[in-house]
Design a protein. Sequence first.
Length: 372
Amino acid sequence: MRNSPDPARLNAAIENVHRAGMPGLFAEVRHGDEIWRGAAGVADTATGRPVTAGMRHRVGSITKTFTAAAVMQQVESGRIGLDAPIGRYVPELVPGARGDAITVRMLINHTSGLAEYLPYAYPSLKAFPVLADTGPQSLDDNRFTRFDPTELIEMGVTAPAVGPPGGTPGVYSNTNYLLLGELLRHVTGAPAAQIITRDVIERAGLRDTELPVEPYLGGPHAKIYEAWFGMIDPRRDFSVYDMSWVGPAAALISTVTDLNRFFRKLLAGEIVSPASLAEMQRTVPVVSQEGRVIDYGLGLHPMEALGPGAFWGHGGTVWGAGALAMTRADGGRQMSVAVTAQRWNRLDSTGRPQPHPIDAALADFYRLAMYG
């Protein structure tokens, strides 16, 4: 088995994803000091402008790893107790017995039992995750909506619980990470975005990563296209979007190079202490938004579905954009990928996403990137 990145094969594999129907995608693969960067497809389907490997991109829930790292730094400083109840810090957001029962750890690893606020903030997604009974109208309606995070948190806290505090499997919920953002604000006196920028993004030396304030993507970037399981046809451009709907849960903008740098430093114990990293790698079973049970740590989870070997990282999706970052446990092999379309699978008669050629082509690229 060849371990070094094979440029010709990687170029062919990434081109296959584009041919399978992905408008554009770009990636960086690292093996020790060897680096391959590649891109395929277009950054704008109207003009044919090509996509390039250095473009900035919305990376969705990869944001959670950054937020979790910022919280763990506050745990190290003694300002936050990892197993302290969230009600000790923000009782007005999680009042009463639930605030006493839900710990900071439960928020970070999605075992709080708090429901997802998204179906309540986006009325056409009310039936989510029952996809067949959802619709894309709210995505357009809220393009420039400026959400207050405490209002979104209230939607999740007042919704029926999805499980008891600390129960497993947990259920993945963005409500948890908006609460972590408010927790950071409470203990530092500064907005979560400012703390994550100072203590994580700048500490890692990331040059093209930010938590945006404006709905516009600055710098070189591709347009991003949402299909919502074939209900938006043709796919619609969602590049311009107010990201307050996800904030510290999924609003991050980054590049594939920055993502690899961040995860390499995180797993080397250079962002949080080795003891904190060990806590982040303690996993519990969690039901993902796709309905699969995965092992999930503190904003970090193992990815071994592609074959042998322990890889750690996170994936992310927002309207139109997706990303995946994986790093081998020893830091010796890395892959970060950004794609410019989301929810390309149409639904079958039972409302389940049908297989699409993009899925197989991406899986082939991932295997080649991580194993050679």
